[in-house]
Design a protein around this ligand. Structure first.
Ligand SMILES: [Cu+2]
Length: 204
């Protein structure tokens, strides 16, 4: 007896890179939040609401300009991974001293989803043993031409139960063996990518 089992998997890979804008509030000699963690491509807006300040990266990769009284906004887009320490020139210094902050830029985490679509399945008939009829169930994961036949113990074809295109779904079919002699029979489900055979016993 030959069993071939084919599983069909559908892998859907979705990666989202949502660009987000983050705000750092500048007030009371403090940047809030002091450490902001963002994704590559995100924007940070410093919003000075109180006092006279500026924003300058330790490495000078971004700079709001000369110290100026509130209100003002400064926007910078971060396009590379890494830590970006910065400070306010009159009230802080490089390396995190005084009025300072850090923008931590990360690569967005990709979201990977795996969906397993149902597989072809041929169930054991019920009841089994049986007399004179039994029910055979099978599942179709994608529209397919389905062939379901019954054979006797010698491999002779006894009856064709299904021989047609079926849509996705679960199916049942009754096999009536009133005309047959008792003994072992096989039923086989065949598609272009799947074959399975099971044994059933007609008790008379
Ligand atoms: Cu300041």
């Amino acid at each position: 007896m030959k069993y071939i089992t084919t599983f069909i998997f559908l892998f859907s890979l979705s990666i989202s890179f949502a660009q987000t804008s983050h705000t750092v509030t500048v007030a009371n000699f403090t940047f809030t939040p002091q450490t902001a963690t963002i994704n590559v491509g995100d924007t940070v807006k410093w919003n000075n609401v109180q006092g006279t300040h500026n924003v300058r990266a330790d490495d000078f990769s971004f700079f709001s300009g000369a110290v100026a009284p509130a209100p003002w906004e400064f926007i910078h887009v971060f396009t590379a991974e890494g830590n970006n320490p910065y400070y306010c020139e009159p009230h802080g210094g490089p390396g995190g001293s005084g009025m300072s902050g850090v923008i931590v830029v990360q690569t967005p985490v990709s979201v990977e989803e795996e969906t397993i679509v149902d597989e072809f399945k041929l169930e054991q008939n019920y009841p089994n043993p049986f007399n004179p009829s039994t029910r055979i169930s099978y599942s179709v994961p994608s529209a397919s031409f389905i062939n379901l036949k019954v054979y006797d113990i010698l491999g002779n074809e006894v009856v064709v139960l299904v021989n047609e295109e079926k849509q996705v779904g679960s199916y049942e079919i009754d096999f009536d063996a009133a005309e047959l002699t008792g003994g072992v029979y096989f039923y086989q489900l065949t598609t272009n990518s799947f074959v399975d055979t099971k044994k059933m016993i007609l008790m008379k």
